[in-house]
Design a protein around this ligand. Structure first.
Ligand code: G3I
Length: 324
């Protein structure tokens, strides 16, 4: 019976959000991508379209065409949309490099950006990754343009500005390499605790879960989910994909990958994390195919659907895990 149901049917039935990152260009030109995205997932994240670079052709202008396309696609197919992301050190506009701003100018720019973007999608986006990757791999604060000019306070400001324009949207801090209990997730825990103590409106933490070679231990992910929940935060898995270290692919990689996907889904649901977003629809359009280190350092096909949008063993494993 399970074969007749889509992943989305099963997720809906279980009351779980199962999602994918979406690229508007592929949506426009590839009917198979469009069909798979709309029928298999109930939550969608614009993969790049809501980042500052794509949104800001100049300091004074916005280009919402790609972001609107993904948000409208979600609305037309009754899927919720995660907003990704308002403040990041990466994918800033090209013109940013040459801008000789003062801290006050940068702060005013960021405030306007957050007000405008969150305001435009008020009531249409359910959760925002307000700040992405503010903590470095060793647990210190990452030295970014935001941190260098504004100090740690930029995080509190960003969450408050987002809350000012949308009182109901869920506001997330999102990061990679912090999926299990480790030095980095400890630092993020401390950071979010500091913010919450000052009544900064943080609702949740996004664990990206790019499992590239070193796969985070599902039990440790569950423990991590529980401790953030105990702090009063929701937890979502926001960018999952699964690959292998180059040269270490097991005999049956698709089965190994399927087993890992299912263990993660089970551990997350058990621990109280009910949103799991994969970072793309099919292997052929995964960001990893264009990632410079892929091929040299990693191997494998990371997602639930293959290049032709045929469901893989991982797809069936996730479906079975949701039906258990
Ligand atoms: O669209 C432009 C195109 O106009 C331009 O000509 C071309 C030339 O470089 O680049 C195209 O943009 C690329 C964009 O993806 C869209 O394909 C960028 O170069 C490329 O850097 C960008 O990569 C994205 C990456 O973030 C940037 O760091 C990936 O698609 C995206 O999957 C990835 O997503 C991040 C999350 O946001 C945060 N967590 C990690 C995750 C993976 O790196």
């Amino acid at each position: 019976m399970s074969n007749e149901l889509t992943l989305r049917d099963v997720a809906d039935e279980r009351g779980v959000s199962l999602g994918a990152a979406i690229d508007p260009d592929t949506l426009r030109r590839d009917p198979s991508y469009w069909k798979t995205a709309s029928s298999e997932f109930n939550v969608l994240t614009p993969e790049n379209a809501l980042k500052m670079g794509p949104l800001r052709p100049s300091r004074y202008a916005y280009d919402f065409r790609d972001a609107d396309a993904v948000v409208e696609f979600g609305e037309n197919h009754d899927a919720t949309v995660r907003g990704h992301t308002l403040v990041w050190h990466n994918q800033k506009p090209d013109w940013f490099q040459a801008w000789e701003y003062t801290p006050d100018q940068l702060r005013a720019f960021l405030r306007d950006h957050i007000h405008t973007v969150v305001g435009r999608y008020h009531g249409r986006i359910d959760a925002w990754d307000v700040v992405n990757e503010a903590v470095a791999d060793d647990g210190s604060m990452r030295k970014t343009v935001w941190y260098d000019a504004l100090g740690e306070e930029y995080l509190a400001d960003a969450f408050r500005w987002a809350r000012e324009v949308d009182p109901n949207v869920d506001l997330y801090y999102n990061d990679y390499g912090a999926d299990e209990v480790n030095e980095k997730s400890d630092a993020i825990y401390d950071l979010l605790e500091r913010l919450l103590e000052r009544d900064v409106p943080v609702d949740g933490v996004g664990l990206q879960l790019h499992a590239l070679g070193d796969w985070p231990d599902p039990d440790s992910i569950a423990e991590n989910v529980r401790r953030f929940n105990d702090l009063g935060l929701e937890v979502q898995i926001t960018e999952m994909d699964v690959a292998f270290h180059q040269g270490e692919e097991p005999e049956d990689p698709l089965e190994a990958q399927a087993e890992y996907y299912s263990e993660v889904v089970e551990a997350c649901l058990e621990a109280g994390c009910e949103t799991i977003v994969t970072w793309g629809v099919g292997d052929g359009t995964s960001w990893l195919r264009g990632f410079k280190d892929f091929g040299e350092r990693y191997t494998g096909d990371p997602l639930l659907f293959d290049d032709r949008y045929e469901p893989k063993p991982a797809y069936h494993a996730v479906k079975d895990a949701l039906q258990d």
